[in-house]
Design a protein around this ligand. Structure first.
Ligand code: PLP
Length: 402
């Protein structure tokens, strides 16, 4: 890998401000008050009855799955798209459940509903299905509801879609239970964090039992969060982002499968850091939408085979599009790396290609998920994408199409 010195766009950014750090430190000293405030703000904004705050999106997912398992002891399978974040299978394994995969539709990144029907017909051990608003593109939850007709739980993965909507409904509130991530690279960030939302009293009660069993952040762990928040405050800026990017031990942008993660209740520091999140999210998402519309226009004037990019005049955290060939993808990525343009690949492979999981899916193929992992790249849409960067990226895309 070559190291680029100087101005480099991060692939995604929800900047943390100095003020956020101050309110975080205040939150540290009044934990109960800050957690209650953040929870009730979330319940208000999303119009849901129950909300739980934890240490990450994968912790949120694990706790939801443990709770669902308690009420359905005869069901142990969880169905996910074969193209998704590696944290999702990590959480399913952590909850002691089995992963079922369904291929996707490359134009929408939603489930392949024909294949889903075949899977539904072949098992009665399905505990939950996890429709995913990948990059913020809304999954078709209504269609899924009609198709499964109450036969299992809909667990909405809105990790990348906080603040997004479809038909006036807020993403994350349309299934039986849903979760967000507020980790690095998500819609907005408290360094790490996860949010669970549900209107279902029974599910809420069993999640509450699970939350009682986990621990709080220690003092040292909260000091670490403070340290990372300061690092993010400084190094998310394009003038400095090349520095953490050049340090391989930080593992920026790496996606790994690892079921051994911490599961904790959110700290007062994180809840304090989130103060003012409604305005921040609104402002960020307005810019993301404008930039996504710009990319949709640029890409639609070029000869791309995929229809993915035409779907995307939405609030996205990164703008995905499918290159026509792996070669074209590599040209764009290599040039972006040299010029510091923040264009990124997505996940290193489909879920069945993960080394630790391979043998569970030996005789199964998910060709579209695999194709998406190979060919999709994402353009940055955050507030640091200035006019100058837009011009450079647009020129790169044009030249890669010649
Ligand atoms: C990030 C992410 C998660 C997990 O969230 P963390 O806070 O990183 O644990 C789950 N699903 C999707 C689609 C994600 O992008």
């Amino acid at each position: 890998m070559t190291i680029k010195f100087g101005r480099t766009l991060p692939p995604a950014a929800a900047p943390i401000s100095f003020r956020n750090i101050i309110t975080g430190i205040i939150g540290f000293f009044q934990k109960k008050q800050e957690i209650n405030r953040f929870e009730s703000e979330l319940k208000d904004y999303f119009g849901v009855k129950h909300c739980f705050l934890v240490s990450s999106g994968k912790a949120a997912l694990t706790l939801i799955l443990r709770a669902l398992r308690k009420t359905h002891p005869d069901r142990d399978e969880v169905l996910i798209p074969a193209f998704t974040c590696y944290s999702v299978p990590s959480a399913i394994t952590r909850a002691g459940l089995k992963i079922k995969l369904c291929d996707i539709n490359s134009d929408t990144l939603d489930l392949n509903f024909d294949q889903l029907q075949k899977i539904l017909n072949s098992t009665n051990r399905l505990l939950a299905i996890i429709p995913t608003h990948l990059f913020g593109i809304p999954a078709d939850i209504e269609r899924l509801k009609n198709q499964i007709n109450g036969s299992c739980i809909i667990l909405e993965d809105a990790a990348q879609a906080m603040g997004g909507e479809i038909n006036k409904k807020k993403l994350g509130t349309m299934g039986d239970v849903g979760f967000f991530s507020i980790g690095r690279g998500k819609a907005f960030s408290t360094v790490e964090g996860g949010i669970i939302l549900t209107n279902n009293d029974k599910i809420s009660e069993t999640i509450n039992d699970q939350i009682k069993k986990i621990s709080d952040y220690s003092l040292i762990e909260q000091m670490k969060l403070l340290f990372y928040a300061i690092i993010l405050l400084i190094f998310t800026h394009p003038s400095f982002f090349w520095i953490p990017k050049a340090l391989p031990f930080l593992k920026l942008g790496e996606t790994i499968y690892d079921p051994e993660f911490d599961i904790k209740r959110m700290s007062g520091f994180q809840a304090g850091l989130a103060r003012g999140w409604q305005k921040k999210l609104k402002d960020l998402n307005t810019i993301r939408k404008t930039n996504s519309e710009y990319w949709a226009k640029i890409l639609s004037s070029q000869p791309f085979n995929s229809k993915l990019q035409t779907q995307n005049s939405k609030v996205l955290i990164r703008f995905p599009f499918e290159a026509n060939t792996v070669k074209q993808r590599d040209i764009i990525l290599r040039t972006s790396e040299k010029q510091g343009l923040g264009i990124m690949p997505t996940y290193p492979g489909s879920i069945n290609e993960i080394n630790e999981l391979k043998n569970q899916f030996e005789d199964q193929n998910f060709p579209t998920a695999k194709e998406c992992a190979n060919n999709i790249i994402t353009l940055p849409v955050h507030p640091f994408v200035s006019h100058k960067y837009k011009t450079k990226i647009a020129a790169l895309i044009k030249s890669a199409c010649q």
